[in-house]
Ligand binder design. Structure first.
Ligand SMILES: Nc1ncnc2c1ncn2[C@@H]1O[C@H](COP(=O)(O)OP(=O)(O)OP(=O)(O)O)[C@@H](O)[C@H]1O
Ligand SMILES: [Mg+2]
Length: 1049
């Protein structure tokens, strides 16, 4: 990664605070540290106002979160919001309670240091809400398991229970916490919440018996009365009407619109179950709560001597049952006081006033102790028991009442404000003072910040012997007529000269006007408060008469037996006063908080009327002052935003510089120096102390943190790559080895097969050659393979190349040994083909073939026009279709007769030319063949009939002419000599005649000329000569000259 000249690593994710600066005119700055005029209170409040207007209720002062109560539900607490703040740098997202929570959580996880979050602010400023938001954030975002889920549930459910018993409606807050609460959340080494512990401080018990106008008692009383089941109420002897109970009517405020007691009751009941209360325990708890109500309703009357007596029995009856004590003993204890005089116990009756006070004291004691028991019970349920896991860390949440300044301030306000002084002291010690001291210790030059150290006020209150609490205790214990006024006087005597203490007597005239005579004023760090001393002694004594304690110790209620320990009775030592108890519990709290790394949430209440959107500037200025926020800001601006010990810093960021990675061998400061130089820090951005580096601006640190984040990714990628490479390589090598083995094995198989084939091949070749050499010898072992092969080859060749039809005369040449067989085969093959051919011949075709065979025998190679006749089919008639109609009936009859006789072969008709015996004139005629004779017809008239038996022979030339002579015996008178005819289909005609007349042997083919008989013993001659053109004519020698062409057929 590279660092720019600016020294800040480019950061696209972060820069939230910087980016919000562009809108600062409207929304103000997110961190007061960025205020230009950071010393101006007006600018501070203006910034708060701007943000409040925009519903931006959170603002930082460096790491301190300032929160303004919006008095309305904002959509900023969803699960999505939680996710957004999870694991993100504090300044990268807008200020939020979740950012503070996450920051503490991460510091705890990464640095293994316990954390605490101190939430402070006035009543109604939103402290309890803030602590709940923090708890919810951890419950949702921290890792969980089933067991952890139970703890989470119990942690969350402890709130409604504690609020029911410890919160009440006050003028300032409808759900005001009337006790201080410190809660530890324990996390195991995985960061999962595994347990918790709660410490409660100073419950405002007086509320049990008295409430100011417009205020209520603790919620639980109303919840029980409004929500309790009929059965339960009957058992407790309660009516469903809070107006019937004296302890609930003092404030005249039974109903509050923002509170639903009935549904709250349901929630509390459920929560009690989740936390692990049994049904019996809940019942006993409710017995106690209702007994307090019954106590409040108890009526006293006076007898003659002025001693108090109880006028109605009902309450006593219920009380004895609910508290599990004897009614008479309780009655006596409520109306008498046990005094020990000269070693003797005496019961002295109380007057009405005293009895009422005793009763109220009992109510307060019972309620107060039960509340402590409740906290302990919850602690038991939250306790982290796994001893094997010592590595748990803790985040503490402190939600404690803020500064209280009323018109009339009493002992409670004194304690509460003292507590706030202590917390301020802690804040000073932890942040302001320790910060300055640290700079000094580290040798860093830094102009000291002027701040008010309130230790002087703390000392005024708590110093041994000289402090206000010591003086109060002294007055409480002193024998004689100690009273609140004597206490005031004592104060004037002892601390009268203290700069932070004023009384009416000591004040200047101006102040005196603002003070009552029974008041003393403390100049708190946050402002001046007048305290009225009335009731200080009583409240500090917190007296419960011994005989009442004894009665409670006898109770059969299991909770009460735990609350009132018998040992208390035998213990001679006086119990600590309320103020002293509070002082020591505060001291313990300070110890706890000092051991942790603190974060602060400062809550501000925007107005007194619980209204959304109202920004009461006077009220807010007051709070800004009381919370010491300006002081806080001054220190932050002057100082450094971040500091870490060299080893921690180097350890965390060493991977960002090649010189320090993976390890720095030299001295730590040099290592850090090298590192920050490499990161491009500018001199004004940081300082090197003796053991720590100080970084002035948060942004410098964030840039480094972001760079680390990126670096982590790349380191992780590198590691991953390395590991992946290693595993892949191992896998590859294994695969390779396997592949090689398989290959080798397969190659072996292939090679063996090949060798086998070669061996076989060479054997074959060898046998072949040997056989070839011996091929002419008798069959013997040397040549049998060869001979067999030759035979086989011939037969296979024959199989492939045997002739496919009869005309194909090819035949493979056989080897000598197969000559004979070959010949047989050839014949068989031919026969077979012929046979197959013949089988396929139709009768018509057969007839045709027979005729063709005859024609072939007669004319082949003998007559020139024979070849032309071969392809032409023989037909049964050559006459045109009209011709037969011109035949005379007898002839038609004749022909059809033969047809009927199914001897169509015997019928034939062809046009011919007849040549006269005299002059050889040509005459067209038709020649017909019938069953027994040749008939020559002219135009349907029979001209001549020659019976086949009378036909002596037929003569024809060897040339290609169509002239032929039918020889008839000259003896036959019917005939006038031989007939000379010419047919265009001479081969067909003569073949038919030869077949019909069975005269095949009598056909003569003549060369040159034919001699034929004319009538009466005369002879004619026909001369045939080849020529260019067919010509039949009488020659000069009286012969018939025929010139024959090659073309006619
Ligand atoms: N973040 C918030 N969002 C909305 N409403 C809030 C918020 N914080 C506080 N409130 C409102 O203000 C009321 C008072 O808040 P809360 O009970 O937390 O005050 P507190 O500081 O604990 O006061 P006390 O000291 O009396 O206990 C709440 O009941 C709620 O109505
Ligand atoms: Mg509260």
């Amino acid at each position: 990664f590279s660092v720019g000249n600016s020294g800040v690593v480019p950061n696209d994710r972060g820069g939230m605070m910087e980016s919000a600066l562009t809108a600062r005119d409207r929304v103000g700055v997110q961190d007061f540290v960025l205020l230009e005029n950071y010393t101006s209170e007006a600018a501070f409040i203006e910034n708060l106002r701007k943000r409040f207007k925009e519903n931006l209720i959170y603002t930082y002062i460096s790491s301190v979160l300032v929160s303004v109560n919006p008095y309305k539900d904002l959509e900023i607490y969803t699960k999505n919001h939680m996710e957004r703040y999870r694991g993100v740098n504090f300044y990268e997202v807008s200020p939020h309670i979740y950012a503070t929570s996450d920051n503490s959580y991460r510091s705890m996880r990464t640095e293994r240091r316990d954390q605490c979050i101190l939430i402070s602010g006035e009543s109604g400023a939103g402290k309890t809400e803030a602590s709940k938001k923090i708890l919810q954030y951890y419950a949702v975002t921290c890792p969980a398991s089933d067991q952890v889920q139970t703890v989470k549930d119990r942690l969350l459910q402890s709130n409604p229970v504690l609020e029911a018993f410890g919160n009440a409606k006050t003028l300032r807050n409808d759900n005001s916490s009337r006790f201080g609460k410190y809660m530890d959340i324990q996390f195991d080494f995985k960061g999962a919440p595994v347990g918790g512990h709660i410490i409660n401080y100073l419950l405002e018990k007086s509320r049990v018996v008295h409430q100011n106008h417009g205020e209520r008692n603790f919620h639980i009383f109303y919840q029980l009365i409004e929500g309790g089941e009929e059965d339960l109420l009957r058992r407790l002897g309660l009516e469903r009407n809070p107006q019937h109970y004296q302890y609930l009517v003092k404030g005249n405020c039974p109903k509050v619109s923002s509170i639903n007691d009935r549904s709250d009751w349901k929630q509390v009941r459920k929560a009690l179950t989740v936390i692990g209360f049994s049904e019996d325990e809940v019942e006993e708890l409710m017995n106690i709560i209702s007994s307090v109500l019954h106590l409040g309703n108890m009526q006293y009357g006076g007898d003659d001597g002025g001693s108090a007596c109880i006028t109605s029995d009902t309450q006593i009856k219920y009380l004895s049952r609910l508290l599990g004590v004897s009614g008479t003993v309780l009655t006596e204890a409520l109306t008498h006081r046990k005094i020990i005089a000269k070693g003797e116990e005496l019961m002295s009756p109380l007057n009405i006033e005293q009895a009422s006070a005793a009763r109220d004291a009992l109510s307060k004691a019972v309620y107060g102790r039960t509340f402590t028991w409740l906290v302990n019970k919850i602690n038991g349920s939250l306790a982290y028991t796994d001893e094997s896991n010592k590595n748990s860390s803790v985040i503490g949440l402190l939600d404690i009442y803020g500064f209280e300044v009323f018109q009339y301030n009493s002992f409670e306000q004194f304690c509460i404000n003292y507590c706030n002084e202590k917390l301020q002291q802690l804040f000073i010690e932890l942040t302001l003072k320790s910060e300055q001291e640290e700079y000094e210790a580290e040798g860093i030059t830094w102009e000291p910040v002027q701040y008010f150290n309130n230790k002087i006020i703390c000392d005024l209150v708590e110093e041994k012997f000289k402090g206000i609490i010591s003086i109060l205790d002294e007055e409480c214990l002193r024998p004689g007529d100690a009273s609140d006024i004597t206490f005031l006087e004592k104060l004037e005597d002892t601390v009268g000269s203290h700069p932070h203490f004023v009384t009416h007597k000591l004040a200047d005239t101006k102040t005196r006007k603002l003070m009552g005579r029974e008041e003393f004023r403390l100049l708190h760090y946050a402002g001046d408060v007048n305290y009225n001393v009335n009731g200080f002694l009583d409240k500090n004594n917190d007296l419960l008469y011994r005989n009442l304690k004894e009665v409670m110790c006898m109770s059969e209620n299991k909770i009460l037996t735990q609350c009132f320990d018998r040992e208390e009775l035998t213990d001679k030592k006086r119990p600590d006063t309320a103020a002293t108890q509070f002082k020591s519990s505060l001291a313990k709290l300070m110890e706890i908080l000092m051991s942790k790394e603190p974060s602060y949430v400062r809550c501000i209440k925007p107005n007194d009327s619980k209204q959304a959107g109202r920004f009461d500037e006077v009220l807010i200025r007051h709070q800004v002052k009381y919370l010491g926020l300006m002081e806080n800001l001054r220190v932050r601006r002057a100082g450094f935003a971040y500091r870490r010990r060299y080893e921690i810093f180097l350890q965390r960021y060493k991977s960002l510089c090649p010189d320090t990675w993976p390890n720095w061998q030299g001295k730590l400061p040099e290592g850090v120096s090298t590192l920050v130089k490499h990161l491009g820090y500018k001199p004004e951005e940081y300082k090197m102390g003796r053991s720590k580096i100080f970084i002035r601006f948060p942004k410098t640190l964030f840039a480094t943190e972001d760079a680390l984040e990126t670096r982590k990714q790349s380191l992780a990628t590198k590691l991953q790559a390395g590991w992946k490479g290693y595993t892949q390589k191992t896998k590859y090598q294994k695969l390779r080895r396997s592949a090689i083995r398989i290959e080798a094995w397969w190659r072996g198989i292939l090679a063996r097969r090949r060798a086998q084939r070669r061996r076989k091949a060479s054997d074959t070749i060898r046998r072949f050659i040997r056989g070839f050499i011996y091929r002419h010898q008798e069959r013997c072992p040397q040549n049998e393979y060869f001979l067999d092969y030759v035979r086989y080859a011939f037969l296979m060749n024959l199989h492939r190349n045997a002739p496919k039809n009869v005309l194909d005369k090819s035949w493979p040449t056989p080897p000598p040994a197969l000559t004979e067989a070959s010949e047989h085969l050839r014949k068989m093959c031919m026969q077979n083909m012929v046979w197959t051919y013949c089988k396929k011949i139709s009768p018509e075709w057969k007839h045709q073939m027979e005729q063709k065979t005859v024609a072939s025998e007669l004319f082949k190679d003998k007559k020139d026009n024979y070849p032309q006749s071969v392809p032409k089919l023989f037909v049964s008639t050559r006459l045109s279709t009209q011709t037969p109609t011109t035949l005379s009936l007898p002839i038609q009859f004749l022909l059809s007769f033969y047809d009927l006789l199914c001897i169509p072969s015997r019928s034939y008709a062809v046009p011919v030319t007849k040549y006269d015996r005299n002059g050889y004139r040509a005459r067209p005629r038709q020649l017909l063949l019938t069953g027994d004779s040749i008939v020559i017809v002219e135009e349907g008239k029979m001209k001549q009939r020659i019976e086949y038996g009378a036909l002596k022979g037929i003569s024809v030339s060897s040339l290609s002419d169509g002239v032929f002579v039918l020889h008839v015996p000259s003896t036959d008178n019917k005939q006038k000599g031989d007939v000379v005819l010419q047919s265009d289909h001479v081969i067909e005609t003569l073949t038919k005649v030869a077949i019909c007349g069975e005269k095949a042997d009598n056909v003569n083919i003549n060369q040159g000329s034919i001699t034929f008989a004319l009538s009466q013993g005369k002879e004619g001659v026909i001369d045939f000569t080849p020529g260019s053109e067919l010509l039949v004519a009488k020659a000069k020698n009286g012969h018939l000259a025929v010139v024959s062409t090659q073309t006619s057929g």
